[in-house]
Design a binder for this molecule. Structure first.
Ligand code: AMP
Length: 116
């Protein structure tokens, strides 16, 4: 068996995190290295899907739940507007291969895609 992902260990409360939202299928917690005033990771509790492409093909309802969770979090933690990022593949910056969305909000620069 492969090692559990860091996010699975957060879900199991083996690794501490500031959990801000949780349902039966989804969990959200503050990113440990925030790139924006609000930077929350939203991820399914299952680590069956490596990335958003696999998730979209395998469980589109769960993908929709991640998006609606992002909306809820942006309402609660910012002004309701947000950037949703799914890094997909190592060369695109993905480091945790347990599908997750970055919810970035709270005063982002205009017209930029990255944080710099
Ligand atoms: P990615 O690079 O798209 O795979 O995103 C992984 C994200 O997980 C990065 O932004 C990390 O800062 C974040 N991260 C890694 N470990 C933890 C942790 N223990 N608690 C919260 N966020 C984490």
């Amino acid at each position: 068996m492969a090692e559990p992902s860091i996010f699975t260990r957060i879900i199991a409360r083996e690794v501490p995190a500031t959990i801000v939202f949780e349902t039966d299928r989804v969990i959200a917690f503050n990113d440990i290295a925030p790139q924006a005033p609000v930077h929350i990771i939203v991820t399914p509790k299952t680590e069956r899907y490596r990335d958003v492409v696999e998730l979209a093909a395998g469980d589109s309802e769960l993908l929709a739940e991640l998006v609606s969770t992002a909306r809820t979090l942006a309402d609660e933690h910012a002004d309701g507007e947000f950037r949703l990022v799914f890094n997909t593949g190592a060369s695109a910056g993905q480091t945790v291969f347990h599908v997750h969305a970055h919810v970035l909000a709270g005063g982002l620069g205009e017209g930029t895609l990255g944080s710099e």
